[in-house]
Design a protein around this ligand. Sequence first.
Ligand code: XMP
Length: 518
Amino acid sequence: MTFENAIAILDFGSQYTQLIARRVREGNVYCELFPWDAPAKDVLALSPKGIILSGGPASVYAPDAPHLPKYVLEQGVPVLGICYGTQLLAHYLGGSVARATKREYGPADVEFVGPDNPLFGTLRSQVSTLKVWMSHGDSVAAPPPGFEVLARSANSPVAAMGDLGRRLYGLQFHPEVVHTDRGAEILRHFAVGVCGCAPDWTPGAFIEQAVAAIRERVGTGLVVCGLSGGVDSAVAATMAHRAVGDQLACIFVNHGLMRRGEPEQVVRTFHDRGMRLVPVDATEEFLGALAGVTDPEQKRRIIGERFVRIFEQEAAKLGDVRFLIQGTLYPDVIESAATGRDGAAVIKHHHNVGGLPEDMQFELVEPVRDLFKDEVRQIGKLLGLPHELVGRHPFPGPGLAVRILGEITWERLEVLRDTDAIFLQELESSGWYDRVAQAFAVLLPEALSTGVAGDESKFGQTIVLRAVETDDFMTASPALLPHTLLTQVSTRILNEVDGITRVVYDFSTKPPATIEWL
Ligand code: XMP
């Protein structure tokens, strides 16, 4: 899709780059992220009205440091450097960058100086100092000719600089993180005030454009969509249905590894919306293939292969299907393009368990590939999808198979389903479900411990409860659930689920642990 009002963000490797994109979009301006060394034609295809240079870990003086691509300043569009991006502007335009003797990391107060300017706008008259987040080694010592200092802090004489005539700006601090007061406002000022972008990136406008784009692409062809039960594929399918009606069939493969009530919910939701649904119950086939398998990677492989096979068989029965709709999200696109990030490729591979055969004969349609998770949720809400689907936590493609340590059996799955349902019910009724990013139970069938039932002692299995807080699922911290809630969940599990004698809570952060156990 193309947008008239767009900002390009060049990623120089900061851990916060995705946040820049999110903040710009929260200001209703469309933007896209590109690696700093992306070909100029890819970036310029967006016709950006402004370019943001992200932070990054390098020093401009390092021999292999990422450089400022030539086309950036040649476009005549406004540029905003953030942290390393600012140092690049200073370095290339004749200013000076001071090598760090130590890192400045944490909060700082900046004071506005210099002329009124559209980057800070009315902020300058509303507050005398601004609390900002610093995270840098090197810093700008003197701005380049034509630039003026716009803010300073105790440690950074050039906390912000600008060449108002050429519309080039730099911030030493990070406006994209929540620790910077009114940082989102500064980014919005850049996009709207400096670059002149109309803030027209709204969920409604997105749906209209996406539906029209699907209609144009698909024409009269047949389309299939693999539903996973999650919000991404549901949103993609719903927009495709708006675009091409009954040319779309949604295939829902129940692998028997879903949570309590989930398959029924998927069937009901899509049936109620008048969509053509092909439910396939392949529970026995999956459990048969998984019998005796304990290695998690082997479990994933078996599930992935089986899934693809069944999906293709069902699609073939429908006729000459040309297109496959998939709910790929923007972080998947970014992560799969990123180099050297351990795990991203693996997650990407499994993400596609939802329906991407390797040697696929379908043409791929990915209507939400430019969106972040929270944006896809907003769109889902606007499309009228039920809250329990829109607000659902992510659930891995291989389902409960990666939440049972060791062999998967129907009995173990049932124990885990009952337990998980109790945990999720209690989170919902206490209002905690929407306050955590992901929560689930894990079954350790072979971690046996003693319990008492009446006068007898017995050996039983262990349940681990895990709830995490995270923005991007790349790092996570344990949710600090109230003791009363955890005790209530534990009491219910011990009383209501046969065979469990121990309930424990997982306090591990990611890294070094991962969110899932397997
Ligand atoms: P980890 O465990 O890697 O999880 O910290 C990060 C996020 O990815 C999900 N996850 C998966 N999703 N197939 C998926 O579709 C998988 O094999 C898989 N493994 C982990 C996990 O639930 C979390 O949201």
